[in-house]
Design a protein around this ligand. Structure first.
Ligand SMILES: [Zn+2]
Length: 229
């Protein structure tokens, strides 16, 4: 009974240590998501800035293009005429390329905007999940606190009834074994350390006259029957 309470104490201790770690892990995931979102947002800004730059360049080319066209009417020689035509063709090609760039930019911006919108949805969901879990965890911690309190009460009630000598032995064993103190012996094997019990001690154990300790791990042992019997 005392052993069962102690085992439960150990479980509770483990869970109390693990819970904050689990919260930390969730928080870390949230931080990573936030970073990815910021990255996506700045990529979007860069794309928009790139589009504005190309659009400005296009605007600047407009008067140049017009000027070249009007020069066509002023040229005197064929040679000059051809040179201006070539210049116009070159400008047209450049304008075409830049317009293509703007269209590409717009498509990328659209994709990136969708990604950012999805990020926001994901963020909302993750936040909600995190808050829910946090609440769940702190509720669980309160439950564990309550359980510890009631276990403590049970333990002190039990300790008064139990043989004080046995209790002392149990407690000192527990201090250095950290965990199970009482172990079953089955087929000559201590179930605490999984090592064999010498035949003489095994026979003593079966007789059950006195309280025995495992010669290997020192746990208080009791006979749990044979498989063959
Ligand atoms: Zn043992």
């Amino acid at each position: 009974m005392i052993q069962a309470i102690d085992t439960r104490f150990d479980d509770i201790k483990r869970e109390r240590e693990e819970t904050p770690r689990r919260i930390e892990k969730l928080k870390g995931d949230l931080d990573l998501l936030r970073k990815a979102m910021d990255q996506d947002l700045s990529t979007l800004e860069e794309l928009k800035e790139g589009r504005r730059k190309v659009e400005r360049e296009l605007e600047e080319m407009e008067p140049k293009f017009k000027k070249s066209k009007s020069r066509l009417n002023e040229v005197k020689s064929n040679k000059e005429y051809e040179a201006v035509l070539k210049e116009i063709a070159g400008l047209k090609e450049l304008i075409f390329q830049k317009e293509e760039m703007v269209i590409e930019c717009m498509e990328e911006i659209e994709i990136q905007e969708k990604e950012c919108a999805n990020n926001n949805i994901r963020w909302e969901e993750s936040q909600k999940e995190y808050k829910g879990r946090e609440k769940e965890f702190s509720q669980r911690m309160r439950e564990l606190d309550k359980e510890v309190q009631s276990l403590n009460e049970k333990m002190s009630a039990l300790s008064e009834k139990v043989d004080q000598d046995l209790l002392r032995r149990y407690n000192s064993l527990r201090m250095y074994l950290r965990g199970q103190v009482v172990a079953r012996v089955k087929d000559f094997v201590c179930q605490g350390c999984h090592l064999g019990i010498p035949p003489q001690q095994y026979n003593d154990l079966i007789r059950g006259d006195s309280l025995l300790n495992c010669p290997n791990c020192n746990r208080i042992i009791y006979w749990g029957g044979n498989n063959s019997q």
